[in-house]
Design a protein around this ligand. Structure first.
Ligand code: HEM
Length: 185
């Protein structure tokens, strides 16, 4: 069997697509609530954005925990590509963990404590502080743009493999294929 025809495990694929969908949603909500949404709806959309972000954080933790116990299926690509893709993945994980934490601290520092799903209050570990909030706001925006750049690099890599190399790399993360040879450590 072709090495690259082996898929990620079902939970790994599920968490990948849940994270990708929630990221698109959080970007849509984040950009629109700060630019286009009127005051009547704003508070609610801020809440939705925060809940989606906290869920991304939880999904990222779950992915990392799953990843510790399950190696990705082997991949037959040159080492330069392996190192390049690996660096993008590590950077994505770091930003996906950092961004929700910065968002939570920013919101708290602005004086809007975060209540996940309207049910679970997150701890308020910083005081209300406009200067701190403004700095965190800049960091939140910079991290969002970093994610866009990493996402673009990730998509470029996938498209290169799918359209030019045609080596089955995309299929490893698509639904419907059995995870035949995902090796468990
Ligand atoms: C990976 C998760 C997240 C992503 C990708 C993300 C992305 C964004 C983006 C693109 C914006 C618009 C920035 C701008 O145009 O100035 C934004 C704004 C904001 N985000 Fe997030 N965010 C995430 C998680 C969170 C979380 C977990 C919270 C809070 C718990 C949060 C709180 C906020 C707040 C309060 C704003 C508005 C800041 C302002 O008023 O300028 N974000 N976010």
């Amino acid at each position: 069997m072709d090495l690259n025809s082996r898929s990620y495990t079902r939970p790994a694929r599920l968490l990948h697509w849940i994270t990708a969908s929630l990221l698109v949603l959080s970007f849509g909500l984040g950009l629109s609530m700060t630019r286009f949404i009127g005051d009547d709806l704003k508070i609610r959309v801020y809440g939705w954005h925060e809940w989606v972000g906290v869920t991304i954080f939880a999904a990222t933790i779950a992915r990392l925990v799953w990843r510790l116990g399950h190696r990705p299926p082997p991949l037959d690509v040159p080492w330069v590509e392996r190192v390049g893709a690996g660096s993008v993945y590590v950077a994505m994980y770091v930003v996906l963990l950092a961004q929700p934490i910065v968002g939570w601290l920013m919101s708290t520092a602005f004086g809007f404590p975060v209540v996940y799903l309207g049910l679970v209050p997150l701890p308020q570990i910083v005081e209300v502080d406009r200067d701190l909030a403004a700095r965190l706001q800049q960091i939140h925006f910079a991290l969002a743009m970093t994610l866009v750049a990493l996402f673009a690099a990730h998509i470029a890599g996938v498209l290169y493999h799918h359209l030019i190399r045609q080596d089955g790399v995309l299929g490893r993360m698509l639904p419907g294929r059995a995870s035949r040879a995902s090796t468990k450590r």
